[in-house]
Design a protein around this ligand. Structure first.
Ligand code: NAP
Length: 458
């Protein structure tokens, strides 16, 4: 019997309920094949980095979940929240229930700097801090010493900017967002006055995007400071800015020049945007007390310039540091993994017949939410091109998977269940003037369902 027909619908499992997972489901539903999609997610709640990564003061970006809600309303879609692949059910087992698996598990780990002192208390990854202020259950108990006066952020991507903004905003600016309650309370006591965002290359190479850079000039209680000296570019950087693909760098330069001109206006906090420095050592007795920075010089052709140390060092006292130098994907038992790239090796999203991948775990941690759409569509195209060669699964029944998970005492959260959690979070948020108050533990998320079940006598 051919797969993808009314007689034998194609059965696809998507692992990961972030943007790339939903775009993969959308691409499948847009095809002319008869199929079903079961989406697996470790947390009881969907939307991946839109929920746990996008900064709370960027609420508008989160509206994209409306698109995902619509995709999830397709009758051929089922959500399997609160199921950990590799623990509750293995990849090998999934293969017996599905004809194809699409991994969209993202990049939840982080790249390391590889310098002495990196693991001192007080030195954290940006990923931890972001997940903490966004109320991710696995990070809600992290502690960040906000009694320090100086915080340093290494890296100049959009994640670094997010971290700087959250540290530099007042409670009044944050309290109307969906920031986690514990984070708002901790940030309300923050003593941080000086924040340094350190880039190893120059302003013309900064990885952040203009929209995010612009926000640095609009902070209520924080001056963003740029050294005018850093804005004087050499001929290679000038040539680089003329390249066709450098439009956002040109715009960044305009914004940074305006900040350099504006200078300090006497606000309570200062964000120092610094270029041409790499951290070479973190030092401290038992905990972080200072970071040693080395001045860099750039070399190489326009568009491919690299930073290397000049030997000139500087010591910056600080008790809190965030490494924001990129995310990294994690291995999954039963799936090939490229250790140094942190991705599942693939050709246009195909790992091998029956195994596919999309999003950050396919191409690495780059791009904005919308970048995942063409990425997932390409993967689905590869999958559908293989249709005749797919190994049809032995047990093509979702009820059988549910039975197995039930036997293992896994409380599978359906999309209907998620809607109840969603409604409860929104209601809790309304009480305090926030768009939502997130549940930050799995137990609290599930307790909403238990009480709803009691209420309807299930
Ligand atoms: P990113 O954009 O790749 O930035 C990484 C930064 O780390 C760069 O400044 C990079 O400098 C620096 N870096 C890397 N290795 C380093 C090292 N060993 N020492 C010092 N610096 C180092 O990564 P990201 O900020 O994690 O963001 C990931 C993706 O999510 C990006 O595509 C970003 O645009 C997106 N994102 C978007 C938004 C938004 O749209 N608002 C928000 C958050 C994230 P070099 O340039 O020199 O390599």
């Amino acid at each position: 019997m051919s797969l993808g027909t009314p007689e034998r619908p194609l059965r696809v499992a998507i692992i990961g309920a972030g943007p790339s997972g939903f775009y993969a489901a959308e691409a499948l539903f847009k095809s002319d094949k008869t199929l079903t999609v079961d989406m697996y997610e470790k947390l009881p709640v969907p939307f991946g980095l839109v929920r746990s990564g996008v900064a709370p003061d960027h609420q508008k970006i989160k509206n994209v979940t409306k698109v995902y809600e619509k995709i999830a309303s397709n009758p051929a879609f089922q959500f399997f929240g609160n199921v950990t692949i590799g623990k509750d059910i293995t990849v090998e087992e999934l293969k017996t229930f599905y004809d194809a698996l699409i991994f969209t598990s993202g990049a939840s780990s982080d790249r390391r700097l590889g310098i002495p002192g990196e693991d001192l208390a007080g030195s954290h990854t940006a990923t931890e801090f972001v997940a903490w202020y966004n109320g991710h259950p696995e990070y809600r108990d992290r502690v960040f010493d906000l009694s320090q006066e100086t915080a340093v952020i290494i890296g100049q991507g959009n994640v670094a900017i997010d971290v700087c903004r959250i540290l530099s905003k007042s409670v009044d600016e944050l309290k109307k967002t969906d920031i986690a309650k514990h984070a708002l309370e901790a940030l309300a006591e923050s003593k941080i006055k000086d924040i340094y965002m350190i880039g190893r290359r120059g302003p013309a190479q900064a990885a952040f995007t203009p929209q995010e850079a612009k926000e640095l000039g609009e902070l209520e209680i924080c001056d963003s400071l740029v050294n005018p000296r850093d804005m004087q570019l050499g001929p290679v950087c000038e040539a680089e800015l003329q390249l066709a693909d450098k439009a956002h760098n040109r715009k960044n330069m305009e914004i940074l020049r305006a900040l350099a001109e504006k200078g300090e206006t006497g606000k309570a906090r200062r964000l120092h945007v610094e270029f041409f420095y790499s951290p070479v050592e973190l030092r401290g007795e038992g905990r972080l007390q200072e970071v040693v920075l080395e001045r860099n010089a750039l070399s190489g052709e326009a568009g491919k310039q690299k930073a290397s140390g000049t030997g000139e060092k500087r010591v910056l006292p600080c008790g809190l540091l965030f490494r924001s130098v990129g995310y990294k994907g994690q291995a999954m038992p039963g799936v090939p993994f490229h250790e140094s790239w942190g991705v599942f090796p693939n050709e246009k999203g195909k790992i091998e017949n029956g195994l596919y991948v999309a999003g950050w775990i396919k191409r690495g941690p780059s791009g904005v939410i919308g970048t995942n759409k063409p990425c997932s569509y390409e993967t689905v195209e590869s999958l559908l091109a293989d249709l005749d060669a797919l190994p049809a699964c032995a047990t093509p029944h979702t009820a059988a998977v549910l039975e197995l998970l039930h036997k293992r005492q896994v409380r599978v959260v359906s999309f209907e269940d998620w809607r109840k959690i969603d409604a409860a979070e929104i209601a809790k948020g309304q009480e305090v003037g926030k768009p939502r108050e997130k549940f930050t533990s799995v137990a609290d998320m599930l307790s909403v369902l238990n009480s709803a079940e009691v209420a309807v006598g299930v």
